[in-house]
Each structure stands twice: as C-alpha cells, then as structure tokens.
Design a protein. Sequence first.
Length: 308
Amino acid sequence: MHQPLVSIIVPTYNVERYVEECLDSILNQTYSNLEIIVIDDGSTDATPYLLEPYRSKLSLTLNKTNQGQGAVRNQGIKAASGEYILFVDSDDWIEPKTVSSLVQKAIQTEADLVRFNGQSFFEGGTAISEEGKYDFSAVLSPDQIYSNEESLVKNQKAYSASPCLYLVRKDLLEEHRILFPEGILHEDEYFTTQVFLHTKRMCYVDQAYYHRRYRVASTMTEQTPLHKKRSFESYLKVFKLLENEYQSDQYTEKQKNFLKRQLLSIYNGLQQSKVEPELKKELQKLKTISLKDKLRINLSRLRQYMTK
C-alpha cells in the first residue's frame, strides 16, 4: 500500500514533565513515513534541553520568544511537506497504531478528513469520568463516508474543537487558506470550524487513539480572574472572525446554518462567562445575534435548568 508522508506538528512550551512521553509515543508509531515537526515556543524550563537528544529523529525549531500556540501551529503548517497533517499537543500522547490506521482509512475512502476518538485523564494518570466527551460513536459511523453536507450535520452534533482529534489533508488547508488566529486563546474553535466547513469527504475511526492530559494551570483548567478575562476576549475575537465568514456570500445555506450554530454556541458561552459586567457590554454590539436568537438561547437554558 502507498505510504503518503504524514506531518505531525508538535508545539512545545514548558512541558519538561511530559514532552518525552509525547515524543516517544510518536516515534513508536507503526507507520514509518513520518515528518515530525517540533517547535518550541520559547520555553523557560528544561524543555529545550530535553528536546536536543531527539534532534536527529525529527525537525526541531527553537523559537527565542513565546508567540502562542496559534502562531506555532501555523509555523508548523507552513513547514509541513506531508500529504496529511496530524496535530499532537506536547503534554499528550498517542497510541502506536494511530497514524497507520488513520492513513489506511484516508486512502480507502479518499477522505479529506479522518476523525477519531480520544480519552482524557488527569495529571496523575486517573481517567476522567466524562468518557463520552471525546467519543463520537453515538453520532458517527466507521462504515460511512460523509459528503460535505452530511459531514456538517454530523460535525454539528459531534463537535469538538480540538485539531488533535482528526487527520486532515494538507491540500484542504492550502486551498482554503485555513490557519489559526494568532495571539488569542481558543484559536482551535475558528480553525476546526473552517476545516469542517470546507471538508468534501469525511470518515471516522471508532478508536480512542489520542490521550489528552488535564493538568493544573493549563489553558483548559486555569480559572483565575485574569485568565477568565483573556478567555472571554479571545472567544469574542473568534466570534467576530466567524461572524465575518457568516456575513460573506461564499457559503451555501447548509454551511451558513453550521456557522450560525457555532456563533450561537459561542455567544451562549460568552453570556454565561463569569467576568466583569462591563466586558459583557460588548455582546450588545454583535449584530448577528437577533432578539429571536436570544430568546431561543434563554429558553434552551431554562429547559436545561428544569431537567437537572
């Protein structure tokens, strides 16, 4: 079977406790035709020193200053020469058969996008009880190839922003100039929405190949007032980027429906954010959310509250 080159992009930043486990899991893949792109984003701990022994086995870049995950992932995309791209976060790890299984499925189905499952665990190794969060088998079928319109419906029901939970054809990113927003948190919300919008053929592998670590003070767990403020402002920027897409005339009705659902989801999260009321005044300026939309959101929230 033809073995296309797969580029695995790994941004690293202050992950001295985890980076070796991550890279070893990639180097232990049963698939051999890999381009491993590791970009350190100005780490101030021992991460750069731990990366040095791996230099002969991968492409290593050490940035002098911290640019943020969106910028580093973009740097990796631009450097990638593979037919397919897989993202792996440097505090996570993947199963040995991950790449071989995903590539085989991509070739068999001629898919632009191959989705798969993940398993979350706490820093100490304990599995998280929310097993369904990264298990999409209730919505997606491994026996089906989804066209663009079908994939939009399915991805809406089984949405996960993480770009680490799919293998994507690089041509798709280049053709539609899909990159991560830089300088903000939650950049994957925009990137993955763009990928889903433009995917022509999608398939699914019902295996938990990705192991996602939840750790103290990560982007996913930090709850300080400053972090909440930055998170709110970042989601607001993502909303405005997607709003610009929604207001353009390049999308079909089905694509616009998908975009609108994403906008409503982000808006609902912004409304419920625990930030200063002054910040929330910005939400009044968002023209895409109508009074009818706000009433629907409030009604949905009320129903959820009553069923608890």
